[in-house]
Design a protein around this ligand. Sequence first.
Ligand SMILES: [Zn+2]
Length: 285
Amino acid sequence: MACIVCGNPQMAGLAGWHATCPACCYESAALTPAINAHTGPEVNEAEREAGLKALRLENFKTIVHYAKKHARPNARRLLDVGSAHGWFLETARADFDVLGVEPDAVVGSRAAARGLPVRSGYFPDVLAEGERFDVIVFNDVIEHIPDIRSALAACRERLDEGGILILNLPNSRGFFYRLSKLIARLGWRAPFERLWQKDLPSPHVHYFNARNLCQLVAGQGFELAEAAELPALRARGLLERLRCAGNVPTLSLYAQYVAIMAAIPVLRMFPSDIIVGVFRKKAAG
Ligand SMILES: [Zn+2]
């Protein structure tokens, strides 16, 4: 199968469903999404929310900062694709007129019930004809979309002149992802499968690094405005996050907590597992 970034043939990866491009390092997975089918193992949604919320909110504040920094001075309309619980909409609505699109009907209606402007369905199908934005954001979403080129083309179409596209996604050069690949080579595949979200309702189908992501997006009529990393681990909310990993005995939980807290400054020396790319729509012609 040809690499979607550079067109070179991909090689077999670390599992039957995993492939890598030797030329640009793009990685893909032949995993099938089943949103709204909920066939995978049930994740305790409330616990997952609590565990991830503190980290997400901090990173979302940084993303709103990027949106304000790079969008035109009078930019107002912001679209959040895959708005999930609506946390990004809540973070951004002080600065923008926000709209969310969420394919998971249950999650989307729960956010809408909290008074957030969320449309249930897929981007760009649920948008009205001619509906356009100054900023489009994908938080942990683009890596789930099989036909990523069509999604990027739709972003270009739905952005006004000089509009900004912000992609926040996992980094294939990240410390934890590379560690999971090392461990998978040694025979234990669980962490690697977890990072691809294998067997969850919406698995990842792409793994990019800053460089091949930029190559793909630039080819769709955008130019890079800023590339950055966001912390994948923060001290705030860490304990809650560890708790939702399952029935871990208390002593072991605190041992993990102390070990990770001590490791955070060291981990900052390695590439983070979360990257963000800010792209500006190039003028036509
Ligand atoms: Zn490639």
